[in-house]
Write a protein that binds this ligand. Structure first.
Ligand code: COA
Length: 254
């Protein structure tokens, strides 16, 4: 297990905490692999009924590590597959996934929520997917699920224009279930996960399958996006955007 992804199991809930606060919980390949492993563990263990994904106070997840993006962008080698392993697991997860979000949820920090069954967000949450500004394209099946959830115009504003959404706007957009005060975030997210874990498991599994529907179209879109995404990572536009982010400290200091 990666030191930046911590897991613990209690009362039927596997808590998976993204824990790299010094980099705003930006996800590296090792962290995606650890997240994928955690979902595998949830799938394999009978006693685990729900996975609960949390960040740290003030930071859910700042998306993919941009230093990793830059490295892929500058090299001839393909990027790691760990991100797709994680995305496949969360898209096809057979057991419920709950998330508790406080603070920034950027890029995959937002798009992973579209695959969760229940999302509790604090009033201080901000959701943003600056894919186009980074020279890349939407991922995680968000180009299919986004418009389905919130309609074309709102999905375009989020996924193409990179407009930030507040917690209330994310609730209205349909990928947040409840907005709660910051101080109550973890307690409320955990309570929701435990309540789901306490339901009759067979009835829950069948009901969830009916509600989620067949997800193979989402899986296919995720793979289609991934091919385009991998091409875009090598583009001039993306390289310039990644370098601008990595060098912005120099600008701030001068
Ligand atoms: N990848 C790599 N490092 C990241 C990161 C990311 N996605 N997000 C934040 N960090 C790092 C910063 O480089 C900084 O590192 P340093 O202290 O070594 O310089 C540290 O995390 C703290 O970030 P900082 O930008 O100083 O904090 P902030 O509170 O001013 O802003 C964010 C926080 C998340 C709004 C800002 O960091 C940001 O926009 N990050 C990029 C998000 C993004 O575009 N992700 C990709 C989506 S596809």
């Amino acid at each position: 297990m990666d030191e930046h992804v911590l897991t613990s199991a209690e009362r039927g809930v596997l808590t998976v905490r993204i824990n790299r606060p010094e980099k705003k919980n930006a996800l590296t390949a090792a962290m995606y692999a650890a997240l994928a492993n955690a979902l595998d563990k949830a799938a394999a263990h009978k006693d685990i009924r729900v996975t609960l994904i949390l960040g740290v106070p003030g930071t859910f997840c700042a998306g993919n590590d941009i230093a990793d993006f830059l490295q892929v962008s500058m090299s001839n080698a393909p990027g790691s597959n760990a991100v797709f392993d994680f995305l496949e697991r969360i898209i096809m997860a057979a057991k419920p996934v709950v998330a508790g979000v406080d603070g920034v949820a950027i890029g995959v920090g937002t798009t992973m929520l579209m695959h969760c069954d229940h999302v509790v967000a604090s009033e201080a949450s901000v959701f943003r997917t600056p894919f186009v500004d980074l020279g890349i394209v939407p991922e995680a099946g968000s180009s299919l699920l986004g418009p389905r959830l919130m309609g074309h115009h709102r999905a375009f504003a989020l996924l193409a224009m990179g407009e930030p959404l507040s917690a209330a706007e994310a609730l209205a957009a349909g990928f947040v279930s409840h907005v709660v005060p910051v101080a109550e975030l973890e307690e409320r997210a955990r309570a929701a996960a435990q309540a789901i874990a306490a339901k009759p498991p067979e009835a829950l599994e069948i009901s969830r399958r009916l509600i989620r529907g067949d997800r193979t179209d989402v899986l296919h879109r995720m793979r289609e996006e991934a091919t385009l995404f991998a091409e875009r990572l090598k583009s001039e536009e993306a390289r310039a955007a990644f370098m601008a982010f990595m060098n912005r400290g120099a600008g701030k200091a001068s």
